[in-house]
Design a binder for this molecule. Structure first.
Ligand code: ARG
Ligand code: MN
Ligand code: MN
Length: 321
């Protein structure tokens, strides 16, 4: 274990924000992700890394989830479950923002990746200069105009950047008008499944992407170094970092229980290395661990849950030696 000084936290304190929500995509079960991570002993594991852990129970989304299940949340244009996704994210943004402003590190457990609209908006409200490091097989940067599926877990980044087509109800009622994030404050690692509309968006906005091709070419050590150089504009490692980790960034042989697996992903060690290296910066201010769905490939659910916990531990100070 290493107790590197965390420059933006008041003390070594974190708040776990469990978000049992699946409305950003079509497969039920991802809403049980947060509880399975807690049940696996996450809290005591983090206490052993000498974190002061606060967890006040999962977010209460029963009201929203019942609207989801009733089928009342009709599509708006291409968007599926728009009201539920918007309302959940509005609440998540407030909770994450509150904990971050108190000097604690919000650790959000998903739930599907649409939740990152709320987590990133929340942490940027406390750390306006934060950069976003997005670890994923997917870029999740479709707009309501480009999404091929209508699933909003494929869209949160476009809302954060305020791209054309995202100024739509119900999101426009609470998502800040000014972009939450600038395109050069975002870096991807692990990409390998990009839709054609997304490819265009990534290019036009000059967004820094380290796909699996770059991971193969340079190795993960160099990739993380280049990613940190990009967001810090040079040698310092001082900019606050929000880490949004989609477990499907890992290869499906490593983390099979997830809704949109794509082969050719990060190895166990590559995933953990990213987390360890970000911890070492001392600048991590928030982390999301998303898309753990224990009901899929259920024979392997324990493996995926255990990896979710160990990625989190690595980002919070667990070391090999
Ligand atoms: N967070 C995720 N697992 N996203 C998968 C997105 C898949 C696809 N690009 C879509 O927009 O529908
Ligand atoms: Mn993904
Ligand atoms: Mn994702």
């Amino acid at each position: 274990m290493s107790e590197i000084r965390q420059r933006y936290l008041k003390s070594r304190s974190l708040s776990i924000i469990g978000c049992p929500f699946s409305g950003g995509q079509g497969r039920r079960g991802v809403d049980t992700g947060p509880n399975s991570l807690i049940d696996a002993g996450l809290i005591s594991q983090l206490q052993e890394l000498s974190w002061d852990v606060s967890f006040e129970g999962h977010q209460q989304f029963e009201d929203i989830n019942s609207i989801l299940e009733s089928g009342e949340d009709k599509d708006i244009g291409t968007m599926k479950n728009p009201r539920s996704v918007s309302e959940v994210n509005k609440r998540v943004s407030e909770v994450v923002g509150k904990h971050a402003k108190e000097g604690r590190l919000p650790l959000t457990l998903g739930g599907d990746h649409s939740l990152a609209l709320g987590t990133v908006t929340g942490s940027l409200s406390a750390h306006p200069n934060a950069a976003l490091i997005w670890i994923d097989a997917h870029a999740d940067i479709n707009t309501p105009d480009t999404t091929p599926s209508g699933n909003l877990h494929g869209c949160p980044v476009s809302f954060l950047l305020g791209l054309k087509g995202t100024d739509v109800e119900p999101f426009s009622s609470w998502v800040p008008k000014k972009p939450v994030l600038k395109a050069d404050s975002l870096v991807y690692i692990g990409l390998r499944d990009i839709d054609s509309g997304e490819r265009k968006i990534l290019k036009e906005n000059g967004i820094k992407c380290f796909s699996m091709h770059e991971v193969d070419r340079y190795g993960i050590g160099k990739v993380v170094e280049l990613a940190l150089d990009h967001v810090n504009g040079g040698s310092s490692r001082e900019r606050p970092i929000h880490l949004s980790f989609d477990v499907d960034a890992l290869d499906p042989s490593v983390a099979p229980s997830t809704g949109t697996p794509v082969r050719g992903g990060l190895t166990f060690r590559e995933g953990h290395y990213i987390c360890e290296a970000l911890y070492e910066t001392g600048s991590l201010v928030a982390m999301d661990l998303m898309e753990v769905n224990p009901t899929l490939m259920a024979d392997h659910a324990k493996q995926t849950i255990a990896i979710g916990c160990s990625l989190i531990r690595s980002a919070l100070g667990e070391t090999l030696l």
